[in-house]
Ligand binder design. Structure first.
Ligand code: ZN
Length: 135
């Protein structure tokens, strides 16, 4: 894994939290994006090498809605950047990690992503992400 690409934080109201995190980080949110496949609205901040991703549920069936109901707002996942997501998924699967889906899918911020079940990683939801290259 190359680096921590971003840290995901589950919030109830992304527009209020954008103001809070702009004040906290002293940087402006550079992008907000709806991710239809995950039923979330996201907002991103750059903090040096890494980013912060805020996630708000856009539907009650969203995993973020269920997460907040169970555990409240807060740290949701850590995302690591990888060069070759399929290869990394195969490596982790072989090591016994449980992947939430068999195939990578399109996430926010122009990335192919997949998640590792927190049961198999000490309670931490881990995301792998690979930049989608143009062309
Ligand atoms: Zn993420």
């Amino acid at each position: 894994m190359l680096k921590i690409e971003h840290i995901g934080i589950a919030v109830k109201n992304v527009s209020e939290s954008v103001k809070l995190f702009e004040a906290l980080l002293n940087v402006s949110c550079y992008k907000t994006e709806e991710v239809e496949s995950e039923k979330v609205t996201t907002a991103f901040f750059k903090t040096g090498e890494s980013k912060i991703e805020l996630l708000q549920a856009s539907s009650p069936e969203s995993a973020i809605a269920m997460f907040i109901e169970k555990r409240g707002e807060g740290l949701h996942h850590i995302a690591f950047e990888v060069d070759n997501i399929e290869q990394e998924m195969a490596r982790l699967k072989e090591k016994g990690f449980q992947l939430l889906r068999e195939k990578p899918f399109r996430g926010a911020d122009n990335k192919l992503v997949c998640f590792i079940h927190p049961k198999s990683s000490n309670g931490v939801l881990v995301e792998l992400c690979q930049e989608i290259k143009a062309g």
